[in-house]
Write a protein of this length. Sequence first.
Length: 185
Amino acid sequence: MYNIENDVKKVLITEEQIKEAVKRIAEEITRDHENSDKQLLLVCILKGSLPFTSDLLKELRIPCILDFMKVSSYGSGTVSTGQVKVKYDLSYETLEDYDVVVIEDIIDTGHTLSNLLVHLKNRQAHSVKLCALVDKPDRRLVDVHVDYKGYTIPDEFIIGYGLDYNEEYRNLPYIGVLKEEVYHR
């Protein structure tokens, strides 16, 4: 039987390191929003940030609500196309009563998140902050400020803990580097 871990070149962020980052980020979000008079709205960006969002929710100690968006700029490759598509939008018309925290698995070129943040601000959100488990600044083409960050990593193609290659590898409990021969097949 084939084991997907055979396609992992190396583990970059262990399961334990992910847990530590999630706890730290939840404490930061709690501290920043515990005295706000606005409702905290967490926006999980599907599909990659689902495990991160789920774990983050378990650590937050303040009231919050959750909604989902699906945006894409990758298609089936390993490099962002720069073309951002909103495939599934929030169920809220206006966000004026909300402090929004966008939860993303990875910030890469910045194209997707830059466009998404403008989209949310145009809906009059009281505030919009960005939370990412992984930041890859070496690939940044558009300046995006990450308010809550787990780890900064080098420019390697990563998988696991929600991150995928052609929809596979999301179920790994850690973040690893995908072997090049896998995406050069």
